[in-house]
Design a protein around this ligand. Structure first.
Ligand code: ADP
Length: 609
């Protein structure tokens, strides 16, 4: 069976191999074993049930929590030439009727439904009269109260195993702790399910974390590196979204806002404009993102620290679903810690305790000096099998370790002592850098022995170190005013018994990310841009999002191999038979014109690259 699936992958999707874990997940379906498949976003979960569905006899029913997700997947399947449909409340009576006819004439291979529709009386009965090949539960963590997105409707899915004991069930999710996985198995009444847990690492995401200094300037620098590409900027509060939106739109960026305080129709409009690539960037609270399957998000910026690493992973996870490089920049400040703490203050004591543990992990992650990929994986209980990820600010050498970290830390901690542990980080940084700020002069703090001890550095750098010391537990912020106190560990530094790790921006230019270099290798960028324009024209004419026509990875492969006819075009990853027939003529013509105008070769042999 797996050989047949491989042929299907090539014929319909234009892929020549499986992604890690896909093969095992598909084998389970082929064998008729129930399974729980946990793969990160972009791990290729949908193909795990879609590809077997195409070759198996009968209908695969897919349960999905959101209309937008169903629509996206059904559109993508149809573009590949696979007979798929969805039934949901957004369809007109005529459209629904057409789906029922297709069902009865056994034409459909995949049917997408919401959980409540599937378990409704008439529907279960109707399905009982059909041959079912598989029931796939997408976003399966929704079944568990321990998951982050519990949906009571998912609970009723437990009846499916009773109604259809001989039909295999596959549950798919990107986020599931062991507890959630067991809960999924139990709630769905799965029969000895195989648990497949892939690596949570997203090697194509380049993580960069900096202290926030000038927010707008820092964000603009990211946007300028990604002109004309899609991206998301996350802010903690609605008012931050509005502020950032007005700054950036005044500067001429092609950007729109999104948050829960806006009217539903405005939010929907902005989301659609983003998906259809009429706007490059969305600035949003975390209300934005669920149900967005857009594969070519090239950057995600956080203008404030998220409240947990789970949130950070989920939000950054929206970048680079197509497997190509994407940049994830987080600008944090110690103030964010305080903001979250006060936003959480009315939680129940037990929940507050858990939330604070998560918040502390997040803060330590920001201020810590370890490989960002490794640190996230460790948090989720996995390990990275290499020393240098080549895809984070630490491993790319954007930050250097300070040689005299002990001495510098001692200067900072002594200053905290001289200030009688009564001032915050910003003020302490001003004293250490020898500022003439009015408050310092009024307090006579220019007379302290530690005044100006770090005047070779900017106040931002020194404040950054103070926060790094706090993140490593040498300092603690106390009370409503976040005054700095020295911890037991901090005292050890003063005695010279322990040396903290302090980082500063590197003086020499950072290495380019290998992830970026590899994914552009052999690609003619001019041709890539020409093909991108062509894709936009096709997508607008058809009324589907651009990434449904061709993903960015496919366009790059076209601009790398530069095929001169339909047969060669099929060698491009992501071009199956239907797409080659449908778009082959215009794609090949665009490639020919470009190559002629620029005198470059066509029909490049992948093996010779
Ligand atoms: P997930 O649902 O796990 O987030 P998707 O199913 O959306 O992931 O797949 C992520 C991306 O990877 C999509 O662009 C998809 O077309 C691509 N993809 C899936 N399987 C393969 C494969 N075998 N080879 C190459 N690309 C693949």
């Amino acid at each position: 069976m797996i050989e047949d699936i491989k042929k299907t992958l090539a014929k319909y999707w234009g892929y020549d191999d499986f992604l890690p874990s896909q093969k095992r997940a598909m084998e389970c379906v082929g064998r008729g074993t129930d399974s729980i498949v946990v793969l990160p976003t972009g791990g290729g979960k949908s193909l795990c049930f879609q590809a077997p569905a195409v070759i198996m006899q009968g209908l695969t029913v897919v349960v999905s929590p959101l209309i937008s997700l169903m629509k996206d997947q059904v559109d993508a399947l149809r573009e590949c030439g696979i007979s798929a449909a969805r039934i949901d409340s957004s369809l007109s009576a005529d459209e629904q009727q057409a789906v029922y006819s297709a069902l009865h004439s056994r034409e459909l291979k995949l049917l997408y439904l919401s959980p409540e529709r599937l378990v409704s009386d008439g529907f279960v009965e109707m399905l009982g009269s059909m041959k079912l090949s598989l029931i796939a539960i997408d976003e399966a963590h929704c079944v568990s109260m321990w998951g982050h997105d519990f949906r009571p409707e998912y609970r009723q899915l437990g009846m499916l195993k009773k109604m259809f004991p001989d039909v295999t069930i596959g549950a798919y999710t990107a986020t599931a702790t062991e507890q959630v996985r067991h809960d999924i198995a139990e709630q769905l009444n799965l029969k000895d399910p195989e648990m497949l847990v892939g690596s949570f690492d997203r090697p194509n995401l380049v993580y960069k974390i900096r202290r926030r200094t000038n927010k707008v300037k820092q964000v603009c620098a990211v946007l300028d590196r990604h002109k004309g590409e899609s991206g998301i900027i996350y802010c903690i509060r609605r008012k931050d979204v509005d502020g950032m939106f007005s700054h950036l739109s005044a500067k001429g960026y092609n950007i729109l806002p999104y948050h829960a305080g806006m009217a539903d129709e405005d939010r929907k409009k902005n989301q659609d404009l983003f998906i259809n690539e009429k706007v490059d960037t969305i600035v949003a609270t975390i209300a934005f993102g669920m149900g967005i399957d857009k594969s070519n998000v090239r950057y995600v910026v956080h203008t404030g620290m998220p409240k947990s690493l789970e949130h950070y992973q989920q939000e950054t996870g929206r970048a680079g679903r197509d497997g190509l490089e994407a940049e994830c920049c987080l600008f944090y400040s110690g103030g964010d810690y305080g903001t979250w703490k006060s936003l959480m203050s009315d939680m129940q004591p037990e929940s507050y305790k858990i939330a604070m543990v998560k918040l502390n992990h997040m803060y330590n992650y920001c201020t810590g000096g370890a490989c960002r990929h490794k640190a996230i994986l460790r948090y989720f209980g996995q390990d990275l099998d290499k020393d240098n990820c080549a895809a984070c600010d630490m491993c790319l050498g954007e930050m250097d370790c300070l040689d005299n970290a002990l001495e510098t830390a001692q200067k900072i901690l002594s200053c905290v002592v001289r200030l009688e542990q009564r001032f915050g980080g910003g003020y302490t940084a001003l004293v250490l850098t020898g500022s003439n700020d009015k408050r310092i002069l009024e307090n006579n703090h220019d007379a302290l022995s530690t005044y100006g001890l770090l005047s070779d550095y900017s106040k931002h750098t020194v404040h950054d170190w103070i926060e790094q010391l706090e993140g490593q537990d040498y300092l603690r912020k106390v009370g409503d005013y976040n005054v700095l106190n020295i911890t037991e560990k901090g005292l050890q530094v003063l005695k010279g018994n322990e040396t903290p790790r302090l980082l500063k921006p590197a003086e020499k230019p950072a290495k380019a990310s290998r992830v970026v270099e590899d994914s552009w290798e052999g690609v003619d960028r001019g041709l890539f841009e020409a093909l991108r324009k062509l894709r936009t024209t096709i997508a607008r004419k058809k009324g589907v999002p651009a990434y449904i026509v061709f993903g960015d990875a496919t366009l790059r492969d076209m601009a790398r191999l530069r095929p001169s006819d339909h047969t060669r075009l099929l060698e491009v990853k992501g071009v199956g038979e239907k797409k080659s027939r449908q778009y082959g003529d215009v794609v090949v013509a665009t490639i020919k014109d470009y190559c002629k105008a620029h005198s470059i070769d066509m029909d490049v042999d992948r093996r010779r690259m």
